[in-house]
Every structure is written in structure tokens, then in C-alpha cells.
Ligand binder design. Structure first.
Ligand SMILES: [Zn+2]
Ligand SMILES: [Zn+2]
Length: 476
């Protein structure tokens, strides 16, 4: 099958590595599959939240260490971040392994909505993300060892993707500085390799302090912190008319006081601001801060703020995306068994996921020459501005399933999720083989990276010099 895959790539004629025709291709064996599945299943069970992924990170490190990798944990002062390496010297090819779950996403691996005994769940499929990458890394390592391949395979254990910007701290620490190419993937309801950009994103909690007083007997003695929040929000909502239409601003009042008869002494509003690039985001962010200051001034309160996270947009790389598309197309999509088809149809009936046939999981989205624009944001963005980076999506979820839904948790915990994960691992392993052995290919990828990034680019983290918010998921 591997040989067939290579031949197909050869006939497609796109960057077919000469080594590909040799009998020494990376082989993603039953043993690698088993390791990936075990990690995916345990991470799904544990459903650990951002920066609290001790058991998940520990398991991934143990498997890599047992598999012959040198593992260092505690990267960038984050307990659950790690760097695992096999081999030596250049080139350095990196694989990113995520692991965090989402709060409030408790769900069993069933085709109907049913909570289980956890508060969190893998609604973004990061259990599969982590498991698939470790499986691929073990396969590549075995092939490197058997063929004495030069170069370094580096696995980054990247915690707290969901709002914690885990990767940004690893980038800021310089851990990607010597990496030639970084690869990743993400669970989805379809199979595709899309040259895409995402939105830059920065968030902060604006904390207003007022003076508490009896709201009826002595209101003149009080200053409402909630008034500060409301004044800020009013100004920001007016501002929406005077920003580019590609801007996204969203907030929640995370603390609005306790009871109506006490003038709120403390109130807090939590903002996200998104724009197509960091460059476009930063001047709008300054205006958000102005609105906070003005809100405090006008209401006689005080304000300060804590930046929570910040992600750059994704810098696309079509050369790399196309290479992964060819591998993905050669491996083909995800085929369901009769039981899985039944599961998928029942899930679709119980979830508003109709309109996309179950059989579409077996297909690969056609290649697109344009750069797609994703509505969301990711901390992979920061990685993509310091090293050429690309990731594919595979159908780990029943077609029609959006991320962050109970339906995503359900499929991420059973065989449909595992099948999509194995497809991703195969593609990652085959691509890593190409990258380790083909210097011309690496040069083409780097040339596109340099051109898109521009010669005067200097990386600066959007979250400034803040330290990782290691307790951002700890309930007060
Ligand atoms: Zn997510
Ligand atoms: Zn995700």
C-alpha cells in the first residue's frame, strides 16, 4: 500500500522524492496505531483543561521516551509543555501535539447528547491531535533508525491551545528558531489540506474598581464598577461602526457585581478582539484600551487590565499545503464500517448536522489555489511566522459536526475519531519523510515563506511579556 502511494505521488509528479520509490518508506504499523489509540482514548477519558494536562502530557512523554526520544519537560516555564527529539543535526522537522480539553463539554461516546462524570470534554478533538502526532512520530523514528536518516525529528507537546496560547510562549522562548518546517493537523468533519490564514486575536480582562455603598440609602457615596464596564462597552459598541468590517469584537461581563442593593465595588469585562493580521489588530486594540480608560474616568472608577492571550494570524504556505494535499489524496478518506455508519446516521438525526452525507468522510476536498480565510484563530499562527508551517484536517467527526459541540466529543472518543486520526498520522509521517530527505523541497517551502513574510518582519508576541496564565482554567 505504501509502495502504491509512492507510485501515485510519482505519477502526480509533485515533489515525489526519489527516496519514495525505494522500499524504505515510513511505515505506520499496527504498533504505532495502537500507541496512538491508547493515548487518544486516555486523553479523552481524562479531559484535562489548559495548563492542567499533567496526566495527558506525562503519558505522551512516557510513550516518546520509551520509543527512544530524548524528552525535556517544563518548556518555557510551562509544566505540561515538552520537547522530545530523535536524531541529530539538520534538518529539524517539528510535529506539534496538542492535548487540552474544553470546559463544560461533558459527553459520552454515544450518538445522542449524554453527559458523563466530567465537567470537561474533548470537543476540539485534541486527544486525537496528540495521539496521532505521537503515532506518526514513532513511525518516522523507526524509519529514521532503520535507514540511518540524518536530521532531527522534534515533537512539541503544546498545552492550552484553547484560549491559553500555549504555543506562543514556546515561540517567544526561541524553541522554534532552528526548526526548518513545522507540521500539525486538526480534527474536523472533512479531509482537506487548505492553504489558509486565520484571524489574529488578542484578549484581556478589564477590571474596574469602584466604591461599595447602599444602592438606595447612600448611592451618592458609591461609585459603581459596573458603570465603568457599561461605559466602556457603550463606547466599544459605537466603535464598531468605525473599524474595518473584517474586525471581530466580542465580550462577556465576567463579573457584574453581586446584588442590586449594593453598588458594585468590583466588575470585570472580558474582551476578544480579532483582525486579519497583527498589524491591523494593534491600533484597534489601543482604542479598546482608550475606551476602558474613558469608561473609568467618566464613572469615577479605576481600571486596569490583564492581557490573557494573543495569537498571530496564520501565515499560509501553499507549497507545503499542496504537498500534504497530494499525500492526503493518495491515502484517501475515512471509510466507515456498518456499525460506524449507523452511529453516524443516528448522531446526525440527533444533531443538527444534516445536509452533509455521511459518505463524504470517505472523500478528499479538492485542491484550492486561493488562500482560504478561516473565521477563527489559533496559536499555531505564531509558529507559522517563525517557521514554515502547515496542518491538514481529517474527518474524525461525523460529517456536519462543528468543533466545540457534543457531537465532536462523541466521535473523538470512538473508532470514527480514531480512523480520522490514523489518516492524519499517515499523512504527517509521509510528509515528514519527504522533508527530512529532500533539500530542494525544503528550499522551495522556505522561499515561499520568506516571500510571504517579507524581509523586514520581526516576530513580537501579541501578548507582550506576560507569563503563561497557568491557572486560567482553575475555578476560583
Ligand atoms: Zn477548539
Ligand atoms: Zn482545536
Amino acid at each position: 500500500m505504501r509502495f502504491e502511494h509512492c507510485l501515485r505521488l510519482f505519477f502526480i509528479g509533485f515533489f515525489a522524492s526519489p527516496l519514495c520509490l525505494a522500499a524504505t518508506s515510513v511505515s505506520y504499523t499496527e504498533q504505532h496505531k495502537q500507541a496512538a489509540e491508547e493515548i487518544a482514548a486516555k486523553l479523552w477519558q481524562w479531559s484535562e483543561l489548559g495548563y492542567l494536562e499533567q496526566r495527558s502530557s506525562g503519558l505522551m512523554q512516557d510513550v516518546l521516551r520509551d520509543g527512544g526520544f530524548r524528552v525535556k519537560s517544563g518548556s518555557a516555564s510551562i509544566d505540561t509543555a515538552f520537547v522530545a527529539e530523535y536524531g541529530a543535526g539538520e534538518p529539524v522537522i517539528a510535529l506539534l501535539a496538542e492535548m487540552d480539553a474544553l470546559p463544560g463539554a461533558s459527553q459520552q461516546a454515544l450518538p445522542e447528547e449524554a453527559t458523563r462524570n466530567t465537567e470537561a470534554g474533548h470537543a476540539c478533538g485534541h486527544n486525537l491531535f496528540g495521539g496521532g502526532v505521537i503515532g506518526a512520530a514513532l513511525a518516522v523514528k523507526d524509519w529514521m533508525q532503520a535507514n540511518q536518516v540524518a536530521g532531527t525529528l522534534r515533537v512539541f507537546g503544546t498545552p492550552a491551545e484553547e484560549g491559553g496560547s500555549g504555543k506562543v510562549y514556546l515561540v517567544r522562548e526561541g524553541l522554534f528558531d532552528d526548526v526548518d518546517v513545522a507540521l500539525h493537523w486538526h480534527p474536523a468533519d472533512s479531509n482537506q489540506s487548505l492553504a489558509a490564514t486565520s484571524l489574529a486575536n488578542k484578549s484581556a480582562k478589564f477590571k474596574f474598581e469602584g466604591i461599595a455603598s447602599h444602592a438606595s440609602a447612600a448611592p451618592e457615596r458609591g461609585r459603581s464598577a459596573l458603570d465603568g464596564v457599561e461605559a466602556m462597552n457603550f463606547m466599544v459598541n459605537l466603535m464598531r461602526e468605525h473599524v474595518p468590517s473584517t474586525t471581530r469584537i466580542h465580550y462577556v461581563i465576567s463579573n457584574g457585581g453581586d446584588v442590586p442593593n449594593i453598588v458594585p465595588r468590583y466588575a470585570e469585562v472580558y474582551y476578544y478582539l480579532r483582525a486579519p493580521s497583527a498589524q491591523e489588530l494593534e491600533p484597534i486594540w489601543d482604542r479598546l484600551e482608550d475606551a476602558a480608560r474613558a469608561g473609568a474616568l467618566g464613572t469615577g472608577t479605576q481600571v486596569n487590565w490583564e492581557v490573557i492571550h494573543g495569537n498571530h494570524s496564520l501565515l499560509p504556505n501553499s507549497t507545503l499545503a499542496r504537498l500534504m494535499h497530494e499525500h492526503l489524496s493518495a491515502f484517501g478518506g475515512v471509510d466507515y464500517s456498518a456499525d460506524e455508519t449507523k452511529f453516524a446516521e443516528t448522531l446526525q438525526a440527533n444533531f443538527n448536522g444534516k445536509g452533509k452525507p455521511v459518505s463524504s468522510a470517505a472523500t478528499i476536498a479538492p485542491w484550492r489555489d486561493d488562500i482560504a480565510s478561516l473565521g477563527g484563530s489559533t496559536d499555531v499562527g505564531d509558529v507559522s511566522w517563525v517557521v514554515p508551517t502547515h496542518g491538514i484536517s481529517t474527518a474524525t467527526w461525523v460529517p456536519g459536526t462543528p468543533a466545540h459541540s457534543w457531537a465532536a466529543v462523541a466521535a473523538s472518543g470512538m473508532s470514527i475519531g480514531h480512523k480520522g486520526m490514523h489518516l492524519a498520522a499517515e499523512v504527517l509521517a509521509a510528509t515528514t519523510q519527504d522533508l527530512l530527505t529532500d533539500s530542494q523541497l525544503r528550499a522551495a517551502i522556505k522561499a515561499e515563506f520568506d516571500e510571504r513574510r517579507g524581509s523586514d518582519f520581526e516576530y513580537r508576541a501579541l501578548l507582550d511579556d506576560r507569563q503563561p496564565p497557568l491557572d486560567y482554567r482553575v475555578k476560583p
